[in-house]
Design a protein around this ligand. Structure first.
Ligand SMILES: [Fe+2]
Length: 147
C-alpha cells in the first residue's frame, strides 16, 4: 500500500471511539486508492464509494451526538461544516461517475478531504471532550451512555 494511505499515529485525536472511526474511514480511502486504474463506474469501486459516503455520514453523526452530549460550544458550526463536507463528497463522486475517470484522483481528493476534516475540526473538539472527561464535574450525567 502507498504509505500516504497508511494510518499515522499523528492522525489520532485522542478519543478512542472517534479514532477507531477515522481509522476505518481512512482504510476505505486507502482501499479505493488500490483501484487506481479502475474506472469509477467499475462495480466494486462503486460499492466502495457508497460505503465511504455512508460511513462518512455515520461518522459525522457520531461526532455530532458526542458534541451535543458534552455541550460543545461550536456544535452548530460543526454541523454546517459536516453538511458542506458531505455535499462536496457527493458532488465529487457524482462528477467522477459522470466523467468515467479513474478513481486515483478521487482517492487523492478524499485523502485531502479527510485530513482537512481532522485538522480543522476534530482536534479542537477532541481536546474539549477529553478535558470534560478528565473533569467529571463538568460532564453532564447523560455522558455515561457513551463511556
Ligand atoms: Fe471526524
Amino acid at each position: 500500500m502507498d504509505t500516504q494511505y497508511a494510518w499515522q499515529p499523528r492522525y489520532e485525536v485522542g478519543l478512542e471511539e472517534i479514532d477507531a472511526q477515522h481509522r476505518y474511514l481512512f482504510s476505505l480511502i486507502g482501499e479505493l486508492h488500490e483501484f487506481s486504474e479502475a474506472a469509477v463506474i467499475d462495480r466494486s469501486a462503486r460499492d466502495l464509494l457508497r460505503e465511504i459516503d455512508r460511513y462518512a455520514f455515520y461518522h459525522f453523526n457520531s461526532e455530532e451526538v458526542l458534541m451535543s452530549v458534552y455541550r460543545y460550544p461550536h456544535l452548530d458550526a460543526q454541523k454546517r461544516e459536516h453538511f458542506n463536507l458531505l455535499q462536496v463528497l457527493d458532488k465529487r463522486i457524482c462528477d467522477f461517475r459522470q466523467q468515467g475517470t479513474t478513481v486515483r484522483p478521487l482517492a487523492e481528493f478524499l485523502r485531502e478531504w479527510f485530513l482537512k476534516h481532522l485538522a480543522d475540526q476534530d482536534r479542537e473538539m477532541a481536546q474539549f471532550i477529553s478535558a470534560a472527561r478528565n473533569n467529571k464535574r463538568g460532564v453532564p450525567k447523560t455522558s455515561r451512555f457513551i463511556h
